[in-house]
Design a protein around this ligand. Structure first.
Ligand code: ZN
Length: 136
């Protein structure tokens, strides 16, 4: 049972208002553990995205990369964006998630950190950190 985040936490819901909210249960548990270790609020700025919302924001659908959409294999959304504008929190997020099984990708922007479990449960044999500057 998660202490900070539950699967129906509105932070994980699609931003278009359609009600889609189905984060990967392991992702929720890991975020909960991170929240405990970090000791400060952790804000999810993007969780599930429906196909319509993906189109609206110019994201690819469906694609291997678009892990905000429910994955076809088990129907869970495999990625979140975590609000993060401090170097200290970025380092903590990278250190935390690189040690967790199943995470394949971390994307760091000036506004958030994206963590991505991918669409299957393959071992963590691909792990990359991208740096992207976004405009507010
Ligand atoms: Zn939606």
């Amino acid at each position: 049972m998660s202490k900070w985040f539950g699967p129906n936490n509105e932070q994980f819901a699609c931003k278009c208002g359609c009600g889609l909210c189905n984060p990967d249960p392991q992702l929720v548990l890991d975020l909960d553990e991170f929240r405990d270790e970090w000791g400060l609020p952790v804000i999810i700025t993007s969780g599930s995205r429906c196909a319509k919302h993906c189109l609206d924001i110019g994201d690819e659908i469906p694609s291997f990369r678009n892990v905000h959409q429910p994955a076809p294999s088990d129907g869970y959304t495999k990625a979140v964006d975590i609000a993060c504008e401090s170097a200290r929190m970025r380092m903590k997020l990278i250190e935390f998630f690189k040690c967790k099984k199943g995470y394949r990708r971390i994307e760091v922007t000036n506004l958030h950190v994206h963590v991505d479990r991918g669409v299957d449960n393959v071992a963590q044999d691909v792990f990359i950190v991208n740096w992207i500057v976004e405009h507010k």
